[in-house]
Design a protein around this ligand. Structure first.
Ligand code: SF4
Ligand code: SF4
Length: 81
């Protein structure tokens, strides 16, 4: 399942660099996760790195992108192939 950023985002920028898939970009006014690139960090880390660093606690599951761990691994492999 991809993650998404809610309106509580303060635009602090902390989540951009830790993302292994370059899935997070500046949006106006809040940052945005490209659901097609987000693997919930499956492929590189045990936990979503953006969630760990977000001081606003505003990163949540995206209900429109429900995916199994296996699908997320395949997604990661395709992104980095
Ligand atoms: Fe990037 Fe991982 Fe956050 Fe998805 S969960 S946006 S892959 S840091
Ligand atoms: Fe927004 Fe959280 Fe990312 Fe900061 S770390 S830009 S508050 S989503």
């Amino acid at each position: 399942m991809a993650l998404m950023i809610t309106d509580e985002c303060t635009g602090c920028d902390a989540c951009v660099d830790p993302c292994p898939n370059e899935a997070i970009a500046f949006g106006d006014p809040i940052f945005i996760i490209n659901a097609l690139l987000c693997t919930e960090c499956v492929g590189t880390d045990e936990d979503p790195q953006c969630e760990l660093v977000c001081p606003a606690d505003c990163i949540i599951p995206n209900p429109d992108f429900v995916e199994t761990p296996e699908q997320l691994q395949e997604k990661y492999d395709n992104i980095h192939s």
